[in-house]
Design a protein around this ligand. Structure first.
Ligand code: SME
Length: 151
């Protein structure tokens, strides 16, 4: 099953209408995304809780590491560079943090509030190699803007 981004965007808009609590939004999105696509084996958020530091937020899947400095991993790169990281082969990414040895590829997007500040990242990990496309990056970025741009 592949995600239908049009349906997902409508569902998320309906579920989160009027909600402005960051954790409530992240929890709802993690759940809706995770169950919408067989490629998504770990789906969740890391939050910027102090300068240059990410802490685990709402997620679905096995346990993730609790703290990721901006200097480390794919999540750190997305937060530090304020740019999507599309990694076809995690073993080829210097400093990749392996929370599950089954992970083969991943996509990490910056999460920005309405003022454009990076408040966290969305991390989706897959057990399939090269699971993510530029289309995923574009549609997920639009979804994040629609949900977190209200903050
Ligand atoms: N893929 C991440 C870490 C994995 S988790 O903690 C679920 C990274 O290298 O940033």
């Amino acid at each position: 099953m592949l995600v239908n981004y049009d349906d997902l965007t409508k569902t998320v808009a309906a579920l989160t209408e009027g909600e402005t609590d960051e954790i409530a939004l992240m929890a709802t999105l993690a759940c809706e995304l995770h169950h919408a696509d067989d490629r998504f084996d770990w789906t969740g958020f890391y939050r910027v809780t102090e300068p240059e530091l990410l802490k685990i937020g709402p997620y679905q899947g096995g346990h993730g590491c609790l703290v990721i400095p901006f200097a480390r991993g794919v999540c750190g790169a997305a937060a530090r560079l304020n740019a999507v990281q599309l990694v076809d082969d995690v073993e080829a990414f210097p400093g990749h943090i392996a929370c599950s040895s089954a992970t083969r590829s991943e996509i990490v997007l910056p999460v920005r509030n309405g003022a454009g500040a990076v408040i966290g990242v969305l991390d989706i990990d897959s057990n399939q190699p090269a699971a993510f496309t530029q289309e995923d990056a574009t549609r997920l970025a639009a979804l994040l803007d629609a949900v977190f741009g209200r903050l």
